[in-house]
Structure formats: C-alpha cells, structure tokens
Design a protein around this ligand. Structure first.
Ligand SMILES: Cc1cc2nc3c(=O)[nH]c(=O)nc-3n(C[C@H](O)[C@H](O)[C@H](O)COP(=O)(O)OP(=O)(O)OC[C@H]3O[C@@H](n4cnc5c(N)ncnc54)[C@H](O)[C@@H]3O)c2cc1C
Length: 386
C-alpha cells in the first residue's frame, strides 16, 4: 500500500483523502485547527452562517454533487435576487433574478452589447485577454461592465471592480455561463442543512491520519518536514504550494507562479445599515473604487437569523459598526488573469512528474468547489493508476 501525504485540509485535500481511502495509507496535514479551508460556517446564535460556500448549480458541479450524494446530503433551491447600490450615482436598483432585468437598465447600445456578449459566451468564442481590453476594443457601452459584469462576478466571489476588469474575459465568461445558460432552467441551490454538517460526515468517513494545527514548513522530493512518503499531494493554493517546495522543478516553478490570488475579507455581522433601500439575497454596493457584497444569510440559506456576511477588500473598515461584528475571515481566491488561463493547460503535466501531485480550486477557471473536488479526483486516479 502506498504511503501518501496530503498537505492542505480544504475541500480539495479532504476529497483527495476520501478518493484514496482503502487503497493508500494517507496522512493529511492541515495548518489550521479546523478542517475545511474555505468551506467554513461561523455559528451565530446557534445558526451556521456560511462564509465561503453559498451556492451551486447541480449540472455545473457533477463531482461535488456526487460527493454530497455519497453522504446523503441534499441541496435545495435558493433565491438569486441582486440589489445594486451605486453610492456615486446616488441610486439603488433591484433584480429579483440575476440578468432578467439588467438589460432594461441599459441604453439601447448597452442592450445590444450585452446580447452580443451573451452570444459569445454561449458559443464559447472569446480571446484570452483582459476583460477591460476586450470591452474597450469592441467599444462596449460602460454600463455593461458597471451594472452587469462587475456586480455579477463580485456578488458570488467578492472581487473588487479592478480585479474583475483584470481577469481574462474567458474566465469571466465561464463565471457568467451559469447565468446565461442555466439560470432560467435550473435554480441556484444551497447545501442542506449546512456545509459543516456535510464536512463532518466526510471527515468521519476518512481512513487517514489527520494532523490539524500542523503547518507544513517544507516539501523536498517526496518528504514532508523530513518524513518520507511514496508521493505528496499539495492541496494548498498554488502560491503556497510553490513556497513550500524546497526543490521546485522548472515546470513547477513556471506554472505555479502563474496563479495570483485576490485577497478579500468576509465579515459576519448584524449591521443591517450596510444594506440599501432594497434588500435581496445578494446586495452589491459600490463606493468609489471599491465594492462590497452583502449576503442576506436568512434568505440564501433559509435559516432564521439576522446575520449578514459582507465581503470587501482585505482588511476593510468603516462600513460596518464594529460593535455588530461577529467574525472576520480573510480569504484568497484565484484571480485568473490571461497568464493564469494560459498556464492552466500545464498543470496536469506536473502531476506525478517527480512524485508530487497538485490539486485545488485554481485548477478550474471559476475557482469553485467543483474545480477543487474535480482536480482532487484526478489526482487520486493518477496516484492509483501510477
Ligand atoms: C467569498 C467567497 C465565496 C465563495 N463562494 C463559493 C460558492 O458559492 N460556491 C463555490 O463553489 N465556491 C465558492 N467559493 C470558492 C470556494 O470556497 C473555494 O474555491 C474552495 O473551497 C477552495 O478549496 P481548496 O481546497 O482549493 O482551498 P482551501 O479551502 O483554501 O484549502 C487549502 C487548505 O490548505 C491549508 N494550508 C495552507 N498552507 C498549509 C501548510 N503549509 N500546511 C498545511 N496546510 C496548509 C489551508 O489552511 C487550507 O485549509 C467562494 C470563495 C470565496 C473566497
């Protein structure tokens, strides 16, 4: 039986350990005192409040759904209303369902540009260039970015406007694809009752030595902090994986260095004053260069709570009454500029080349939990096949 080390106990590392179960001896190292990484609920007055995993579309999440099914976890439809509060323009507007009303808010040219973009997304014919360059080159009306693209991407992932504009238009299209092609036939779904309940079932089913609170300092060859294994799976973010390698190959160095991350902060709180006149499941607010997204937890999760989650730039202050803050969590999310899209093709070739394997959400363009789980499954299959 092979001796395998997995570094990182987020959903990618946990899923990999699950897929290797029964066929390998697995040791899983997690730096934090808890498992789950971004899949993280904070309990407020007895109610789990999700901070890193809100929603999924079943048809776009086949591997994650199979994993949920294996543990008898259900999903249930959830609303996708979006309010937009533009402080500079001095107005607020309301979408009961993403994309159904946006077009009406745009001038005729903007509606034509939006229709053109939708057609391109559906046909999948987009160049690998920055979103802002793509919009400028085609002369898109400014409102398409400000009132359609930026809020739609930010509302789920908490990116800042400048960060979305620097993404590859292909990544933006992948993220929008769920709205354009599935939103009207298939509801957004949430996990019932909470991700914590599902994670504890997954962790309980593992047959691995799990070392929480163990921040790995170095991976050299296939040793982890000096302990030798047959293979090592790095299930951390790409930048962290590269930093851990004492002896990166040229391919590991070049490929892993191509994945920058957005740095955001999520605040769990009860300050309803952050919301504008209209309150929807997802509430997008623009203030100068920054945007803030507030998730109405009661509506999205269908639980009785007055807790809200606001995602903004790393370390933001001045928006939420500090007395009403419950928790602050920093998250890093794959940024996906054109360089990362180009480098993604090289990721698969890293796996197994020198006894090291890599997985995580950066393997897929949207950086979702599905990307993390699917990449973990491919790693487990490769290890079992080697
Ligand atoms: C605000 C926000 C909202 C999101 N909403 C959704 C959503 O609605 N739907 C969706 O599908 N996705 C969503 N995502 C994305 C999703 O949460 C993540 O992409 C996914 O959970 C990442 O999984 P991962 O295992 O790749 O990384 P992580 O969860 O980050 O796990 C990596 C783990 O490695 C550990 N680690 C790092 N260094 C070391 C070390 N030296 N030694 C040991 N352990 C180490 C870390 O502590 C961490 O636990 C959201 C993300 C954000 C930021």
């Amino acid at each position: 039986m092979k001796d395998i080390a997995i570094v990182g106990g987020g959903i990618a590392g946990l899923a990999c350990a699950y897929y290797l179960k029964g066929n390998c001896r697995v040791t899983l190292y997690e730096a934090a005192p808890r498992l789950g990484g971004h899949v993280h609920a904070v309990t407020v007055a007895g109610v789990p409040v999700e901070t890193g995993f809100l929603a999924l579309h079943r048809s776009k999440y086949p591997e994650l759904v199979a994993l949920l099914d294996a543990f008898g976890v259900e999903t249930a439809p959830t609303g996708v209303g979006l309010s937009i509060w533009d402080e500079d323009a001095g107005w607020c507007f309301d979408n009961q369902a993403w994309f159904t009303l946006f077009g009406d808010r745009l001038p005729a040219a903007g509606r034509a540009h939006l229709a053109d973009l939708v057609a391109r997304v559906i046909r999948g014919r987009l160049p690998n260039v920055r979103l802002d360059a793509f919009l400028a080159e085609r002369g898109y009306e400014a409102g398409v970015a400000r009132y359609v693209l930026l809020p739609s991407i930010a509302a789920l992932w908490g990116f800042q406007p400048a960060e979305v504009l620097a993404m590859s238009v292909r990544t933006v299209a992948d993220m929008l694809d769920r709205f354009f092609t599935t939103a009207h036939q298939e509801p957004f779904e949430r996990v019932v009752p909470s991700t914590d309940a599902w994670l504890s079932r997954l962790v309980g089913a593992l047959d691995a030595q799990v070392l929480t609170g163990h921040a790995v300092a170095q991976v050299a060859g296939t040793t982890v902090d000096g302990r030798a294994y047959d293979a090592v799976v790095l299930a951390t973010h790409a930048d962290r994986a590269l930093a851990l390698l004492a002896d990166p190959t040229a391919a590991e160095q070049a490929t892993l260095a191509s994945f920058p991350y957005h740095r955001s902060t999520s605040v769990v709180h009860t300050d309803a004053a952050v919301l504008g006149e209209v309150r929807r499941e997802y509430n997008y607010r623009v203030r100068g260069e920054n945007s803030f997204v507030t998730w109405d937890v009661a509506r999205i999760q269908g639980v009785a709570t007055d807790a809200l989650v606001t995602v903004g730039p790393r370390g933001f202050t001045g928006l939420i009454d500090p007395r009403l803050e419950v928790a602050r969590i920093d998250y890093d999310h794959p940024a996906s500029p054109p360089e990362a899209v180009a480098a993604r093709d090289g990721l698969a070739a890293l796996n197994g080349a020198v006894g090291r394997y890599f997985c995580g959400s950066y393997f897929g363009s949207t950086g979702s939990n599905e990307c993390a789980v699917a990449s973990a499954k491919r790693v487990a299959e490769a290890i079992l096949g080697d």
